[in-house]
Ligand binder design. Sequence first.
Ligand SMILES: [Cu+2]
Length: 148
Amino acid sequence: MKFWITLLVAGITLPFQAHSEGDLTRQTPIVVEVELGTTEGEMRFSPSHLEFETGKLYRLVLINNSPQPHYFSSNGMARSVFTRKAQTYAPDGQRTAEIKGHIHEIEVFPGHKADWWFVPVQTGEFNDLTCPVAGHQEAGMTGSIRIY
Ligand SMILES: [Cu+2]
């Protein structure tokens, strides 16, 4: 009787078990914050150079406290990471969306935040971080990313 109860409990709990240890997207994320623009309206990424290690889960938090919308866009980085999800946050901190699938670039509106959860899978150095809003790249919204 005891044996069958044990089996029954094991059978019920199995689907709720933690993810496989090999699932790199289930690590505790390393949080990296980047400011898009500044409150004074300056056109820059702060910091403008980012480094990520392959095989680690990152939560890249994109913060826009500036008066304009800004993008975070890097083709090199987008090609070199596996995305778990992206999430958006209203100015009051409320989570407003969770997006699954491959992410290419993210636009964040004034006062809003977004985060991008990814695992870098390929090394590379990319000098293509930019904000494609007209005039922003020329005004200084550029940066570089190294994946090692
Ligand atoms: Cu911009």
